[in-house]
Design a protein around this ligand. Structure first.
Ligand code: GLN
Length: 481
């Protein structure tokens, strides 16, 4: 049996070694992760549903394989938490919304199938902002998640449950989804790594759609190797997702620490007013360390940085208003039918089922797509999106990576921004570019501000250069360990 403190520092490789040497079994790890979820997990409210039965049977399967000498898989026995917008047969998939009350998907998301095939053990479905809309996890029907680094603070959003579960050591790794920063921002707020893969690298089949041209599932972990292991498992071509692309993941982990010196661009616009001084100086220190390690930095410019958030909130809300039209009381979850016809059922179900932020987005999205305003908003938004893509292409002609802070501030207090949607939206200023352009990004923990809250640095790379993001994360980890 393994002690809780030891469990909390287990890596993917340590779990494999422990299973193969007989130090512990996968069932023991699963039981420990489930009991931690019920104790510490409850305190920070990071899970919506725990998957006791399947977790135990998946773990037992891994133990059988280990006993018989069969290959148990890359993620053998690794307890993992997945965000509650990822379909998992037999368990509530609520997207933290009242409107999906009681909705149990009849199929597994492709990432779920791939995790199980690789030997992972799914412990539970994590709390999130409703339909992945928000930056603080306060938009959840199930109540906010608390940041394990300081429980009065937001864990970030929208994959706050996944980030908090990893940060608190309840699971070594987790999956989130990132439409505008929802893996990277909570990773930064909670002090873990978080990766938004290149658009198309990871199948979206079974991920509940928010902004389909922006959404990507991504891993959260404590180490670059764990992040790479998880990415290697989930990244694969999938015929169920028409935007899926084949990528080469071979040698990703073996070559993790081998990388040539890189040229890294630092956009001057990212260090202007509104960015916390301690974050700016932490990024400067990181630059010095990486320069000493042989990398070079150049000043670059992203003149459209300020337009990114506006553009994102046009594209994302437009797509959301269309994607969320399917929740009508007929097909999924909640149905409210008090004394009325079909139209009144739609109205009651949607009126009661959606929370205020989701309603705001549906209204905004419907507005920007409406006949009289399409040209002024949606079309213009699409043009800005293309201009942002071209700006990034221009910069990536000169550099391998771009470095920015992940967020302008460290974690803010729960309650601080919930009544100010614009302040909340501005949280996404550094993260939305990656989604708009489809490029990959990673948030790497680089220490903490004086109050003890973590700071994240974000690296962006060209399409399909996710490997470089893993390399730089690994180097930072080694430099700082
Ligand atoms: N904060 C962003 C939003 O509210 C990002 C969401 C996400 O990545 N799912 O839209």
């Amino acid at each position: 049996m393994i002690a809780i403190q030891d469990f909390k520092s287990l890596t993917v490789t340590a779990i494999r070694d422990g299973l193969l040497s007989g130090r512990f079994t996968a069932v023991e790890l699963a039981d420990l992760a489930l009991s931690l979820a019920e104790s510490e997990g409850k305190e920070i409210n990071c899970y919506i549903t725990l998957c006791h039965d399947k977790a135990r049977s998946q773990a037992a399967d891994v133990d059988k394989k280990v006993e018989s000498g069969a290959e148990p898989g890359i993620l053998a026995g690794v307890p993992i938490a997945i965000k509650d917008n990822i379909s998992y047969t037999g368990y509530l998939t609520s997207c933290a919304s009242h409107i999906l009350d009681g909705y149990v998907p009849p199929y597994d998301a492709t990432v779920v199938t791939r995790l199980i095939d690789a030997g992972a053990v799914i412990i539970g479905k994590t709390n999130m902002d409703e339909f992945a809309m928000g930056s603080s996890n306060e938009n959840s029907y199930y109540g906010p998640v608390k940041n394990p680094c300081n429980i009065t603070c937001a864990p970030g959003g929208t994959s706050g449950g996944s980030a908090a579960a990893v940060a608190a050591g309840l699971v070594p790794v987790a999956l989130g989804s990132d439409t505008g920063g929802s893996v990277r921002q909570p990773a930064a707020f909670c002090g873990t790594l978080g990766h938004k893969p290149t658009y198309g690298a990871v199948s979206r089949y079974g991920l509940v759609a928010f902004g389909s041209s922006l959404d990507q599932i991504g891993p959260l972990a404590h180490s670059a190797d764990d992040l790479a292991a998880l990415y290697q498992v989930i990244a694969a071509y999938d015929s169920h997702d028409s935007t899926s692309v084949e990528t080469d993941q071979s040698n990703l982990r073996a070559g993790l620490f081998e990388s040539a010196p890189m040229k890294i661009g630092v956009p001057k616009e990212c260090f202007s007013q509104g960015v916390d001084d301690e974050i700016i100086s932490a990024i400067k220190t990181l630059q010095e360390e990486l320069t000493e390690a042989g990398h070079t930095f150049v000043d670059v410019s992203l003149p459209l940085l300020d337009a990114g958030v506006a553009c994102y909130y046009i594209v994302a809300t437009a797509e959301a208003s269309s994607n969320l039209a399917r929740y009508d009381g007929v097909r999924y979850g909640l149905r409210k039918t008090e004394g009325g016809d079909l139209i009144s059922m739609y109205q009651q179900t949607r009126g009661e089922g959606f929370g205020p932020e989701v309603k705001r987005r549906i209204l905004l999205g419907t507005y920007v797509l409406s006949a009289g305003y399409y040209d002024a908003y949606y079309l213009k938004g699409m043009k800005v999106r293309e201009a942002i893509r071209q700006d990034l292409e221009r910069v990536f002609n000169k550099v391998d990576l771009i470095l920015t802070p992940t967020t302008p501030t460290p974690a803010f207090c729960l309650g601080d921004k919930i009544d100010d949607p614009l302040a909340m939206y501005l949280e996404d200023i550094f993260t939305v570019f990656a989604n708009l352009a489809g490029i990959p990004g990673v948030s790497v923990p680089i220490g903490a501000v004086k109050s003890g809250l973590p700071i994240g640095a974000q690296f962006l790379a060209k399409h399909f250069d996710d490997r470089l993001l893993m390399n730089i994360s690994a180097q930072i980890e080694r430099m700082r360990s």
